[in-house]
Write a protein that binds this ligand. Structure first.
Ligand SMILES: *Cc1c(COP(=O)(O)O)cnc(C)c1O
Length: 844
């Protein structure tokens, strides 16, 4: 149980983990024992390791409480502009270590646990991830919360407290099996329920005209119960709030059945209403028009806007004269950021409240709404864009559909005023799509209802302007912006790679944790043999630790001198895990053709979840596992090549894998990946990237220089040209014998001898229906991979490139991203303010 003395001494030396003082340690031990006794009701004879984890978590949470209360008091008194981030997803991962780091108490907690004979690393492993997200979009929201608290914004995250987060992925016989993620089973020590702030949300019903205007009546009510989660800033005593809503049935739910005498059935049916917050939809970059999902989106938005307006009304600006609230200052005191279109019902809901509840005239309501809301687009893939059938809106949200129609009426009037007679443009720009089933285009609604719309990387924002939203850009060019994504350097370096953090601190101090651009200074040691040795040593240690973990979990012997070549992200055709797979098969065929030829050893790891209904993505997982089976068990291959499918990729696994990577695979078809943030995590941890000129890769290459990254394949313009000309996969298949061999093997059952047809559909897609042009990039990809192997043999050159990667990653801090949102969209300045610590006087 107890950590080895050597490990403990090593953790203690790492100064970024906080100063350890005897009094803090002794107090912390007392708090821990108090929680074990009074909160968990255990003594040390019967306590389980999970009890110790909870006692530790509660003790750490105690350190947040005064800062949390005082931060909220500070906001109430100073009444700064509030920033509201609305997202259906928050992919938070674990909170324990992050909280200790941001509060600067990790050293003290370490020491306290050690003195009590407990292994803190073992306890940390017992925390379930808060997996309330699918992938990049949800993780971005989590990084943004950390940065907003760190740069001192009065920010609030709003979302849904799903009972079940993203499913746990099991691999059985090479296939993905989904298991429900019952993350709340043992309780959540970080959250605080606020039943006193429960709010009603209405569904269904109909609209009537009254002398006072439209009224939405005869609705079914579901209550939204808020759960508050603390978001500590880094080392600044600020603690912001992430408020997640959980659905609660009203007492009188199904009163009719109750009065009919079926009391039992009425009570059982209460769960129907509570299903709204039951489970996260597991699609990434895919729209599935399910009624329950629409209810989730409206549930979150309706509860959140009531909260925002209540808070505005309680401020001095919102205070009422003659029973009427003055909303003129609303856009100066409130900014609402929509994380994709998922919360875009906020626009018609704000209008409904202003018109029907607060009695404002349309023009005024619309002016306030558009000056308050801003929309972030996250994808250009057509299958991902939300287009809700009007029939569904009409039944669930009849008043909102009326409002959307009127927004559209006025919007199309403006379009025809500006472009008289251009009927095709009117059709293209309408919020209502009339071809086939009548639908509302939620991206169009979001653009029209916002003062700012942004893409998430330079190339993505350019594509929005020149193709996806071209008409809107022509009409209102000033609305369109770019905000290149970022990641929090606290979780993605300080927390996950303490040894790298430590050698960076030795050189440049610790300011980089909040001013990541300071990593630039490391360039002066890029050629320094002693610094190079340190970087190589840290990477080697990280690789060894991962190798041991994988050997334990997968029973595969791993050559830790091999290139750790890693692609981890959601499984999707556009991300081209299949292209990676073609490279693996190509390497295998080369080894088999000439087993004695020189070969630079590789361990290729691929991980990620497939949406449960995405059959091809699940087939791709099976193919990777099947290829792995052949490669890993072929004695001719030996330890030259190993293939591992990493099970259950999630935030916690990312933290273990990324610090051990040599090579990061970012190989989406140019023009398809909006930004990517996985790419940034690898760069910050000293992996080199092989990638296309897509998403943020473009800006990464610009920051580090093309000589420090392996760029291959078509540019976005090349892709456009190929699309225009017409793509024929057979052109490449017939010309490239190595590619032909791979596809013939997939097609012919080489990797599935017991079921030769198993992967025929994959070969079919590659040759006939491939929307992502894998074979057009195959030759360039393979050649560039050969270059990777060549450079890897030159250890000095490789580590020099790695140092340039780390040193150039400053731009990709989410602190920079959030500072840009603050200044250009929200109209607030990052303060980087510190509040006094709880033991310090309040006014400093
Ligand atoms: C960062 C992250 C992602 C996003 O990865 P991309 O490569 O940008 O798609 C997805 N899942 C997890 C768990 C992450 O940490």
């Amino acid at each position: 149980m107890s950590m080895s003395d050597v490990d403990h001494e090593k953790r203690k030396q790492i100064s970024v983990r906080g100063i350890v003082d005897v009094e803090n340690v002794s107090n912390f031990k007392k708090t821990f024992n108090r929680h074990l006794h009074y909160t968990l009701v255990k003594d040390r004879n019967v306590a389980t390791t999970r009890d110790y984890y909870f006692a530790l978590a509660h003790s750490v949470k105690d350190n947040l409480v005064s800062r949390w209360i005082r931060t909220q008091q500070h906001y109430y008194e100073k009444d700064p502009k509030r920033i509201y981030y609305l997202s259906l997803e928050y992919y938070m991962g674990r909170s324990l270590q992050n909280t200790m780091i941001n509060l600067g108490i990790q050293g003290a907690c370490d020491e306290a646990m050690y003195q009590m004979g407990l292994n803190i690393e073992e306890l940390e492993e017992l925390e379930d991830d808060a997996g309330l997200g699918n992938g990049g979009l949800g993780r971005l929201a989590a990084c943004f919360l950390d940065s907003m608290a760190t740069i001192g914004l009065a920010a609030y995250g709003y979302g849904i407290r799903y009972d079940y987060g993203i499913f746990a992925q099991k691999i059985k016989n090479g296939e993905q099996v989904e298991e429900p993620d019952d993350w709340l089973r043992y309780g959540n020590p970080w959250e605080k329920a606020r039943p006193e702030f429960m709010l009603p949300v209405n569904f269904y019903g109909h609209v009537i005209d009254t002398p006072e205007g439209k009224k939405w009546v005869n609705t079914q009510v579901v209550f939204a119960m808020p759960y508050d989660n603390p978001i500590p800033g880094y080392n600044n005593n600020i603690v912001n709030t992430l408020r997640l809503w959980s659905a609660k049935s009203p007492i009188e739910f199904n009163l009719k059945i109750f009065n009919d005498g079926d009391y039992i059935q009425a009570v059982i049916d209460r769960t129907l209403a509570e299903n709204i917050s039951r489970v996260l939809y597991p699609n990434d970059n895919f729209f599935e028009g399910k009624e329950l999902r629409l209810k989730q989106e409206y549930f979150m938005v309706a509860a959140t806007l009531q909260d925002i307006i209540r808070r505005y009304k309680s401020s001095k600006f919102g205070s009422r004269d003659h029973h009427r609230t003055d909303f003129d200052s609303f856009p100066d005191k409130v900014a609402i950021q929509l994380n994709d279109t998922h919360p875009s019902l906020a626009i018609p809901e704000l209008m409904r409240i202003f018109l029907d509840v607060e009695g404002l005239p349309w023009e005024k309501a619309w002016d306030i709404t558009t000056r308050t809301c801003a929309y972030t687009n996250h994808t250009v893939l057509p299958e991902a864009l939300e287009r809700w059938p009007t029939s569904m809106l009409e039944s669930i949200l009849p008043r909102h559909l009326q409002i959307i129609y009127h927004i559209n009426f006025l919007h199309l009037q403006e379009v025809s005023a500006k472009y008289p007679g251009d009927l095709d443009r009117l059709r293209r720009m309408s919020l209502v799509e009339e071809d086939g089933e009548k639908r509302i285009n939620m991206a169009h609604l979001s653009i029209v209802g916002s003062h700012a719309i942004n893409g998430v990387a330079w190339i993505h924002s350019e594509i929005l302007k020149k193709s996806v939203f071209r008409d809107f850009y022509e009409m209102t060019p000033d609305k369109f912006q770019n905000k290149t994504n970022g990641i929090t350097p606290r979780r993605w370096l300080l927390l996950c790679n303490p040894n790298l953090s430590d050698i960076i601190e030795e050189k440049i101090g610790s300011d980089w944790t909040v001013h990541l651009e300071q990593l630039q200074q490391l360039k002066q040691w890029a050629k320094d043999p002693s610094f190079q040795r340190d970087i190589i040593k840290v990477k080697q240690e990280n690789k060894l630790r991962l190798a041991q973990l994988l050997q334990k979990d997968y029973g595969i012997k791993i050559n830790s001198a091999s290139i750790f070549d890693i692609q981890v992200k959601r499984i999707h055709e556009y991300k081209r895990q299949l292209l990676n797979c073609l490279h693996i098969i190509t390497l295998y065929n080369r080894i088999k053709r000439d087993p004695s030829a020189p070969f630079v050893p590789r361990t290729i790891m691929i991980g990620g979840k497939a949406a449960p209904g995405y059959h091809l993505a699940k087939k791709i997982i099976k193919l990777i596992c099947s290829v792995g089976n052949v490669v890993n068990n072929d004695p001719i291959v030996g330890d030259k090549l190993k293939v591992i499918f990493l099970e259950n990729y999630r935030v916690t696994l990312a933290e273990k894998i990324i610090p051990a990577a040599d090579l990061s695979e970012q190989i989406s078809t140019a023009g398809t990946e909006a930004s990517g943030t996985g790419n940034m995590k690898f760069m910050l941890n000293g992996a080199l990237t092989i990638g296309t000129l897509d998403g943020a890769n473009v800006e990464m290459a610009e920051e580090m220089g093309r000589e420090n990254i392996f760029i291959f394949g078509m540019t976005e313009e090349d892709v456009q040209a190929l699309q225009k000309k017409g793509y024929n996969a057979y052109d490449y298949y017939n010309k490239l014998p190595e590619a032909k061999q791979c596809i013939d093997q997939i097609q012919g059952g080489f990797f599935s001898p017991s079921n030769p047809d198993e992967f025929k559909d994959i070969a079919d897609v590659l040759l006939k229906w491939d929307r992502f042009y894998l074979l057009a990039d195959y030759e360039s990809y393979i050649k560039t991979q050969d270059e990777v192997s060549k450079v890897y043999q030159d250890e000095t050159k490789w580590v020099e490139m790695a140092i340039h990667n780390i040193a150039s990653s400053g731009k990709f801090s989410s602190d920079r991203t959030i500072a840009d949102y603050a200044r250009d969209i929200w109209g607030v300045e990052p303060t980087w303010q510190r509040l006094p610590a709880p033991h310090e006087p309040r006014d400093i």
